[in-house]
Design a binder for this molecule. Structure first.
Ligand code: 5GP
Length: 200
């Protein structure tokens, strides 16, 4: 039998439990993940949002440092070399996106709850590294609705839309790998469900 010196035992409990405060939100393109997350953050400013780094170019509606850290390919390579990412992936066969480890750990050590809004590949990497985290898949009511939302959003070219829908088909098959599936039919209801899961 191993007897742990009490302060050490307490430290272990703290380290293990802090990852329970991580909620990973994934789901296919244009399903409404960003809108759901924005609604939650507006009403729960105590939650830390993990701002990812990406090599994609900025959209007119976005703010650098708030929506993403928009960085160059060379800067992304440098972060990989420095082990700065908890996970990273090339999404839609186009651009790289990654979760920065240091600011996330700072928030968790400060006792905060954290939300990561990432793709399926990233979610699976996090599940291997942080099995105590909670994984939520946001699903569309139908695949046709997903296509409609992508058209309505009008932020991608036709070629990019084809790529995104191809990824979406693959991602939809993985929903059973998640702890929870929330169907985004009614936005407010989906937000309420996600909040309930985060604070359960
Ligand atoms: P968008 O270009 O539409 O903002 O995002 C494209 C995809 O990249 C979305 O599915 C989004 O969830 C995902 N994504 C955003 N940040 C990250 C990240 O840090 N890591 C991974 N793996 N995917 C991300």
């Amino acid at each position: 039998m191993v007897l742990l010196y009490p302060p050490f035992a307490i430290q272990i409990v703290q380290v293990v439990s802090m990852y329970e405060n991580v909620t990973v939100i994934a789901g296919p393109t244009s399903v409404g993940k960003s809108t759901i997350v924005a609604e939650i953050l507006a009403t729960h400013p105590d939650i830390y949002y993990s701002v990812s780094a990406t090599t994609r170019s900025i959209r007119p509606s976005e703010i650098d440092g708030k929506d993403y850290h928009f960085i160059t390919d060379a800067e992304f390579d440098e972060l990989i070399a420095k082990d700065g990412f908890l996970e990273w992936a090339k999404v839609h066969e186009l651009y790289r996106y990654g979760t920065l480890t240091a600011p996330l750990l700072d928030a968790l050590r400060a006792g905060k709850k954290a939300i990561l809004q990432i793709d399926l590949q990233g979610a699976l990497q996090i599940r291997n590294k942080l099995p105590d985290a909670t994984f939520i898949f946001i699903a569309p009511p139908t695949f046709g609705e997903l296509r409609k939302r992508l058209d309505d959003r009008a932020t991608e070219s036709e070629a990019e839309k084809v790529l995104r829908l191809r990824t979406a088909e693959h991602e939809l098959q993985a929903e059973n790998e998640f702890d929870y599936i929330v169907v985004n039919d009614d936005l407010q209801q989906a937000v309420a469900e996600v909040v309930k899961i985060i604070y359960r």
